[in-house]
Design a protein around this ligand. Structure first.
Ligand code: ADP
Length: 601
């Protein structure tokens, strides 16, 4: 599908027409210094001066020259989607209003994005317009990662929390890296380093962003071309006190005069600083050292956050081109299993045709990759996906819903410790998933705070012990269990189980089950989804409809079609529990599957 991509920056406009599959460009226009007397539009070799033109007139001027009859949809890059947008959306009046309401969080960017949207909708009113947000990929950050440690009322009042940016690029290069490694992104822990004029780093854990260095604004984190990145807030207080600096002056200092430019005094461009450093300029040497040290520090931190790392990706202008920076950053990462191949690093070259190359040795446990980013291509793909989405999801069948109460899976060894040597579990009732049964046996689970008696065991025995509880149970027991798919118990908290024959303390195994749908391959085909997809589910209940996000699709020949939620979720959806004390019960309710799509905002 040919898609027109509009990227309105604070003082620039980039417009491309490209094929969403191959990324091949049919048209490319670039405008610099929008709103000034020197505003100039470049299309190929042609230069057109547009003195004092604003974003809207620049976009319209370009669209007059573009072969718009080729295109099927328009994708708009929007910088700030706040906490509202976690995926691309079709742009309607409500979405435009939401982008406008986020202007206080992105005062330079969202107005430009909105102007581009409105101008393009006027000229191309028959086509679908899709917004793709820089912040969306980071909406999966857990609360502990996005919360600033200042009184929480400021977050509530002003939305002061970490959002993260460059999300489209981080997601794109993580996917390219997984493809290159011939692995599923959902099985990998990747650290992506986007090093352009703006720089940020992201921890992509099993396909989801769980930490990123930019925060409420793009100022936080790494050292950048002209931005400081992390700085002790005390310095800002002292600059106000000692230098009498105003808010606007501090804004200029931190956004425009700091970073590589502030340290080197000569340039914000790494090429100039590289050159300066090789000629012995001390300030340039220090600028590179500070840049690389900060980056290496973040890589170590993000490896710790994910409990390990499988690949580290370098991308954007500096990441793709500076072998020297990559080398400096990779030093002392041996403890993470990183081994740089210096020859491969020096020779590394990526472009849109060959977007990925490896720069680590064959023995490197953690792979080092250079990946060419292509945000316009990523936006074109997202746009196509959303345009086609309606046709892909076939909602002509409801999905039966079952409520799963707290329960325990045991190994045979654990059964014998708790119930006596040679004990076999006694089936009480068959469950809807083939070969699964609720057992007569029950146990007390003992947490640091309180205990819960009579918790049902589900059979047959398994290879690992696992205790699945709800959030409310966590409060009762006094533990903090992660939301996980069944079987994924690594690094989860432990608990003590008590049976008639004694106690057993598990080192790990307590999880809050990720809400999920079991389906057979033919169901997956019917709904247009794949194993491990994350979808949304609409619960049509009496009077209090509910949409569940983050629902995991699990596909196997062994399953029968059914969505599983826990008792807290059933209560929220006002699904009556009936007799579910300790087992899984079909509710007679049907859920409707939707792809992740916020069309109905
Ligand atoms: P953005 O898209 O954020 O404007 P880019 O991804 O184009 O930025 O990256 C721009 C930066 O990349 C430049 O400021 C420059 O520092 C750096 N860069 C580009 N080429 C090289 C190179 N060969 N060596 C070192 N740095 C480079």
């Amino acid at each position: 599908m040919n898609v027109l991509i509009i990227n309105c920056g604070s003082s620039s406009v980039k417009i491309d027409i490209l094929d969403s599959k191959s990324g091949v460009r049919q048209f490319k226009a670039r405008v610099q210094r929008v709103g000034t007397a020197e505003c100039v539009l470049e299309i190929g070799d042609e230069e057109i001066f547009l003195p004092d033109a604003d974003h809207a007139s620049v976009v319209q001027a370009i669209l007059k020259k573009a072969p718009t009859d080729l295109i099927k949809a328009v994708g708009h890059r929007v910088v700030h989607g706040g906490a509202q947008f976690s995926s691309p959306v079709r742009i309607d009046a409500v979405v435009e209003q939401a982008i406008e309401s986020l202007i206080p969080l992105a005062p330079l960017h969202n107005p430009a994005n909105l102007a581009g949207i409105q101008a393009a909708k006027k000229s191309l009113s028959d086509l679908p317009h899709i917004a793709v947000f820089d912040t969306a990929f980071h909406q999966t950050l857990p609360r502990r990662a996005f919360t600033y440690a200042i009184p929480i009322e400021f977050q509530k009042k002003h939305g002061f929390r970490r959002y993260g940016f460059h999300g489209t690029s981080h997601h794109w290069v993580a996917r390219r890296a997984a493809d290159f490694l011939k692995e599923d992104l959902r099985d990998l822990r990747i650290i992506t380093c986007h090093l352009g004029n703006g720089c940020s780093i992201t921890a992509v854990e099993y396909g989801r962003s769980i930490e990123t260095s930019m925060g409420m604004s793009p100022l936080e984190g790494l050292v950048m071309g002209t931005r400081s990145g992390d700085i002790d807030p005390g310095v800002l207080l002292e600059l106000q006190r000692r230098e009498g600096m105003s808010v606007d002056e501090l804004d200029q200092l931190l956004n425009k005069k700091s970073g590589l430019l502030g340290l080197s005094k000569i340039s914000n461009d790494m090429r100039d600083i590289d050159q300066g450093a090789s000629e012995g300029d001390e300030a340039c040497r220090l600028a590179i050292r500070v840049f690389c040290h900060r980056l290496r520090k973040y890589i170590g931190a993000y490896a710790a956050v994910m409990g390990g790392v499988d690949a580290i990706v370098f991308t954007a202008g500096i990441g793709e081109n500076s072998a020297w920076v990559r080398e400096q950053v990779s030093q002392r990462l041996g403890f993470l299993g990183v081994r740089l191949d210096e020859d491969l690093n020096r020779e590394a070259k990526v472009d849109l045709e060959h977007p990925v190359t490896v720069i680590s040795t064959d023995h490197s446990r953690t792979r080092l990759l250079v990946v060419a980013t292509d945000e316009a291509h990523a936006i074109a793909r997202d746009t196509e996906d959303l345009v086609n989405e309606k046709d892909k999801v076939n909602n002509s069948r409801g999905i039966p819903v079952a409520v799963s109460a707290r329960h325990i899976h045991l190994t045979q060894e654990a059964v014998e410790i708790l119930f006596g040597e040679g004990h076999q579990l006694t089936p009480l009732k068959e469950l809807s998933q083939p070969e699964q049964f609720a057992c007569e046996e029950r146990l007390t689970i003992i947490g640091p705070k309180r205990s819960i008696p009579k918790v049902r065991i589900l059979g047959p025995v398994r290879g690992k012990c696992q205790v699945e509880i709800s959030r409310t149970d966590e409060y009762t027991l006094g533990i903090d269990a992660p939301v996980r798919a069944s079987g994924d118990v690594a690094n989860s908290p432990g608990i003590t189980l008590e049976g008639p024959n004694g106690k057993l303390t598990l080192e790990q195994g307590v999880i809050c089950a990720q809400r999920h749908i079991h389906m057979r391959p033919e169901d997956a085909e019917h709904f247009g989804v794949k194993h491990k997809d994350i979808v949304e589910i609409t619960m049509d209940t009496d009077g209090r409809d509910l949409i569940f996000g983050d629902v995991l699709v699990r596909v196997s020949e062994k399953y029968s079609l059914e969505m599983h939620i826990d008792t807290d979720e059933a209560n929220a959806a006002e699904i009556s529990q009936g007799d579910i004390s300790g087992m899984l019960v079909r509710t007679g309710k049907l859920a409707t599957l939707r792809k992740r799509c916020l069309e109905n905002l």
